[in-house]
Design a protein around this ligand. Sequence first.
Ligand SMILES: Cc1ncc(COP(=O)(O)O)c(C=O)c1O
Length: 283
Amino acid sequence: MNLKSFASDNYSGIHPKILDAIVKANLAHASAYGADELTKTAITKFKEHFGSDREIFFVFNGTAANVLGLASVTESYHSIICADTSHLYVDECGAPEFFTGAKLTTIKTTDGKLTAALIKPHLIGFDNQHNSQPKVISIANSTELGTVYKPDEIKALADLAHEHAMLLHLDGARLSNVAASLGLSLKEISFDLGVDLLSFGGTKNGMLLGEAIIFKDASLAKGFKYRRKQGMQLASKMRFISAQFLELLSNNLYLENAKQANKMAKLLAEKIKNIPDLEIVSA
Ligand SMILES: Cc1ncc(COP(=O)(O)O)c(C=O)c1O
């Protein structure tokens, strides 16, 4: 039986075009650890989508993108502010605390979305040696509850972070779905709004595996290549991650896949909404 499950978007397979790209990349030898032509071309493609100043690194999974990205911009005496429903807090087995040493300050929300009003009471203790120093606001778009931040909501959080010499991290495991839902480009819903570092998802949008960490600029990305290796996320055969990303970001495949996923989520909501005892909590 061809059993289908709605438990997670990871239950779905690999997009045939992505699989073909992996097969094509398999025809010849190439340099290891990202020094190959496919990786260079994929990075150029990322810059087309996210901006030419960006620094881009590939890793195997989303937890690593979040954790290593955050580890590279924090010290152990910092704190990272996030929703109490965030993947960071709930689903990463303490890896953020383990790898950064920083404290996670969690905030209760009604819909998975942080706001300036919710965050402000936690922006305390600056310059006080007894307190963790707030350094990063971390949000996910789309959120873990399936809700979507509008551009002005993200801009408000970036402005708040920057007013306090903090950074805004965006967990974009499903950023393509946001682009599809809002009809905006990937750059318009991230770096144009003041995001400083972004975890960009590939696995949930048709890839076999692979996520990217994108820094606003080279100064923020300083030392990251060493951290990625220490964090055991430097792929020796990186070209096979790069080939997938190159395919995903070419000819709008990322958008096509995300539109289809959004459409199916709506269809699911439509079909189950009349089932007694079932309540759709966010749509
Ligand atoms: C919001 C969010 N961020 C990150 C991830 C990445 O997780 P993984 O380490 O399983 O790739 C997920 C996966 O479910 C997620 O839902």
